[in-house]
Design a binder for this molecule. Structure first.
Ligand SMILES: Nc1ncnc2c1ncn2[C@@H]1O[C@H](COP(=O)(O)OP(=O)(O)OP(=O)(O)O)[C@@H](O)[C@H]1O
Ligand SMILES: [Mg+2]
Length: 355
């Protein structure tokens, strides 16, 4: 185990009889951007609050650079914290909000300098004299970030800081936040239930479900090699097949096979259903959805008799090549499932089988 950054060891937390966190072990690397990702209620905020010292774990420790900080009060942790609700002081201007945490800790001139620097950093110099009620949600969130960063915290803890914003502002702020994090090299932990946010922003993603960590990895790792069907389904789109549907050597009859829609290829040598290739399946076009860069096509799988089965498959086709195919409803298409892109989960759902 590396010593730098944050080490979260064996954390358990119960609320009454409800177990919110069960034996959570995570290493948060120094200077990197880590996302805690998982569905609502899986324990993300609870874990973040324990890291912040706002909540006490039942058992387990939080170590910072090799030092046990589990008992250290929040005020002594030098962490910058930003929650979903911006919680700015309504009676203070933007500048005053940003400088608030520095008051009494630094001489007035130095605080003014720091606030000026922060305003430039987040691009809000022009509206420094406004009050929170006179700001948009995106602007308020930037002020909240600046206020947290102004204290030069060792670690930045963010709980869904972008979720209240509209899609366009959110995307812009995502970029700004990533750029800021990289420039300042500040160790950051951000909670989100938005998989796209995690994939685009994180150096490391911690996927959680029901109070447990299910997988830790880079965005590419959790997307390309999801450890369980839950992770595969939660991050990105995926097709699941019982092993009998798509051939796979060594797969038991109750195993689950999975493949992402963009990895399925349309077999150009079209023919009747019984001519389908060994490693392929066939399906009848049901629905075509334009998504801009690609088309998402739903097909109903053909059974051995070449008739409609009750199973569906989703295929993503790049918009550049989509006009090569005939998408009329009930048109039969042969699909090629590249073996190297197939994920194989044993029947118990225990985890991915390594090739
Ligand atoms: N103070 C509390 N008392 C009782 N139960 C709590 C308390 N705080 C959280 N819980 C429960 O613990 C579980 C985890 O809550 P938590 O807020 O960590 O979830 P989350 O992953 O942040 O969800 P969301 O994405 O909805 O914010 C939930 O079932 C929640 O109801
Ligand atoms: Mg939460």
């Amino acid at each position: 185990m590396r010593n730098d950054g944050l080490a979260i060891n064996g954390i358990r937390k119960t609320f009454g009889s409800f177990q919110a966190l069960q034996d959570v072990n995570v290493h948060i690397p120094k200077g990197k951007f880590t996302c805690l990702l998982g569905p609502s209620g899986c324990g993300k905020t609870t874990l973040l609050r324990i890291i912040a010292g706002l909540e006490q774990a039942d058992t387990g420790t939080v170590m910072q650079d090799g030092k046990d900080i589990s008992m250290l009060p929040t005020a002594k942790r030098n962490f910058g914290i930003v929650f979903q609700s911006y919680a700015l002081f309504p009676n203070l201007t933007v500048s005053e909000n940003i400088g608030y945490g520095l008051k009494g800790k630094q001489p007035k001139r130095q605080i003014e300098e720091r606030v000026k620097e922060m305003l430039e950093l987040i691009g809000l110099t022009a509206i420094r004299e406004r009050f929170p009620a006179q700001l948009s949600g995106g602007q308020q969130q930037r002020v909240a970030l600046a206020r947290a960063i102004a204290l030069s915290p060792d670690i930045l803890l963010l709980d869904e800081p972008l979720s209240a914003l509209d899609a366009k502002v959110r995307e812009k702020l995502r970029e700004q936040l990533c750029e800021l994090q990289e420039r300042l090299g500040i160790t950051t932990v951000m909670v989100t239930h938005d998989q796209e946010e995690a994939l685009t922003m994180a150096d490391q993603i911690v996927v959680m479900d029901h109070g447990q960590v299910v997988q830790i990895g880079t965005p590419q790792e959790v997307y390309d090699k999801p450890k369980t069907p839950f992770v595969a389904d939660f991050i990105g789109a995926i097709n699941f097949f019982p092993a009998g549907t798509a051939r796979w050597e060594g797969a038991g009859p109750n195993d689950l096979l999975a493949i992402r829609p963009e990895h399925i290829q349309i077999d150009e040598t079209q023919g009747s259903a019984d001519e389908q290739r060994e490693d392929g399946i066939s399906g009848f076009v049901q629905h075509v959805e334009f998504r801009g860069a690609f088309y998402r096509v739903s097909l109903q799988l053909a059974n051995e008799l070449g008739r409609h089965s009750d199973m569906n498959v989703t295929v993503d086709i790049s918009s550049q090549t989509a006009n090569r195919y005939d998408w009329s409803r009930n048109k039969l298409l042969h699909l090629h499932l590249p073996q190297e892109r197939m994920l194989h989960y044993p029947a118990a759902g225990a985890g991915i089988v390594e090739e």
